[in-house]
Ligand binder design. Structure first.
Ligand code: NAD
Length: 438
């Protein structure tokens, strides 16, 4: 039996917090694809197929034909940023897409002008924007709600999704204000500094039942207070930190080594990047948030406590270096010290010349479409099936996160099958063979 899913009728409003490299590359991409001028590579919702039933049935529809998703033609965008630049100006500055590509969609991009940001410099030291809201935290949250209302009126959208594509905030641990909705709301009134700006956006969205996805490693909705609110308003949440570049490679390679019981003695990862994200991460406190997110992935894939001889002594180091000449075209090097039969050492070197925002933009698209689907399907709270997209997937408190990209993909597709009342695919496949004597 399929779940009851409300149809994707009317327009879907995408609320982008932060109008930088990732957001503008995402909006530009949607505008180009909509016009038939480009191809949405990297997007599972647009390019992916999903197998249904047995292999012999040869039934693999496109994901977007299988589940009722919003169409690209029905997307409409709003944004907040600490800079006043419209999406065209911001995209030119980000320097991700060529001037020729941007010229083709200059008009819609120029129309996307950000609302003033909820910003606190203590959370992002390297940014000094003037386009910001004033007032205490309660007033600022109200002002975000008013912006959302304004956008709704002007655009005529019938549903909304919010996604954090803003800068990485400084490292923060959940404190007393974050423990319940009532302590959180009290803290808003008291302008408590432990409420990060990202939490104000998330609060404003969840309060109105708008799904929230978190593309950065910030704590944001990973606190009991906002999870309580998500449950109260029947709203899906997910995060954290888009899984692109080096960590994507790591969660592709590590499950392979583990599957073959190859040991690891060291994994050294370093990056150079020169975009604004790189500049923000040049501050040690902001880098710490990212570092925690990047370091976490190997442990749960390799399970060193179960496999002490193979992974008990792994030295794992991650570095990010701000290097302006590279702009958005990051270079990520990995040196992997591998151990084979009898502990004989081997090495693998990975040199990934990637494009950060080109890898992140399709994830934004999939996340907003799936978050909207989840809402229409009556799902609420943490959406673990969206782990596929994140470096630090949110999970229920007692669960360790699943980082293996292939398990994450299976979980995502099985969730879609589950929603549509199709059989789960276990890959057992024994029914194709006469393996047992009668
Ligand atoms: N590109 C990737 O591959 C990737 C991967 C994982 C995570 N991320 C994260 O995604 C986020 C966006 O990356 P990006 O390359 O677009 O960075 P960016 O610096 O180009 O854009 C971020 C934008 O957010 C704005 N901003 C900062 N604080 C804000 C606030 N409180 N309210 C509104 N706007 C605010 C900044 O002014 C900036 O324009 C970063 O946190 C980054 O760490 C990116």
């Amino acid at each position: 039996m399929s779940k009851k899913i409300a149809p994707a009728e009317g327009k879907l409003g995408i609320l982008l917090v932060g109008l930088g490299a990732v957001s503008t590359t995402f909006v530009a991409g949607v505008e180009l694809v909509k016009r038939g001028l480009s191809v949405p590579m990297g997007s599972l919702t647009q390019m992916g197929h999903i197998r249904l039933g047995k292999r012999t049935e040869k039934n693999s529809p496109l994901v977007k034909d299988f589940v009722p998703l919003a169409q690209l033609e029905d997307l409409s965008f709003a944004a907040w940023d600490v800079f006043e630049d419209n999406a065209y100006e911001a995209a030119v500055k980000a320097g991700v897409l060529t001037p020729e590509d941007l010229e083709k969609i200059k008009e819609p991009l120029s129309q996307l002008k950000p609302y003033p940001a909820a910003f606190d410099r203590n959370y992002v030291k390297k940014l000094e924007g003037k386009h910001i809201k004033t007032g205490n935290r309660r007033e600022i949250a109200q002002s975000i709600i008013a912006d959302i209302e304004d956008f709704k009126q002007k655009s005529g959208v019938s549903r909304l999704v919010m996604i954090w594509c803003g800068s990485t905030e400084v490292f923060l641990k959940a404190g007393p204000a974050h423990q319940s909705l009532s302590t959180f709301e009290k803290a808003l009134d008291q302008d408590d500094k432990s409420i990060a700006p990202s939490m104000l956006y998330a609060y404003a969205a969840l309060k109105q039942g708008i799904p929230f996805a978190n593309g950065a490693p910030n704590l944001t909705v990973d606190i009991p207070a906002l999870q309580e609110l998500a449950h109260e308003t029947n709203t899906p949440i997910s995060g954290k930190d888009f899984k692109t570049g080096q960590t994507l490679m790591k969660t592709i390679l590590a499950p392979g080594f583990k599957a073959r019981y190859l040991g690891l003695s060291g994994w050294f990862s370093t990056n150079i990047l020169g975009n604004r994200d790189g500049e923000v991460l040049d501050d040690p406190e902001n880098f710490k948030t990212k570092e925690e997110s990047k370091l976490g992935v190997l442990d749960t894939i390799l399970q060193p406590t179960l496999y002490p001889e193979l992974y008990g002594n792994l030295y794992h180091k991650v570095r990010i270096n701000y290097y302006p000449p590279r702009k958005d075209n990051k270079e990520g090097w990995d040196n992997i010290d591998l151990l084979g039969w009898l502990g004989y050492p081997m090495q693998i070197k990975v040199d990934f010349l990637c494009r950060d925002s080109i890898l992140a933009a399709p994830l934004v698209l999939d996340l907003v479409l799936f978050s909207d689907l989840a809402k229409r399907a009556g799902m609420r709270g943490i959406q673990e099936w969206l782990s596929f997209y994140y470096k630090s997937p949110m999970t229920a408190p007692d669960l360790y996160p699943e980082h293996n990209l292939f398990i994450q993909e299976m979980k995502l597709k099985n969730t879609l099958r589950y929603l549509m009342g199709e059989e789960q695919i276990t890959h057992l496949g024994i029914e194709y063979y006469n393996n047992f004597k009668d």
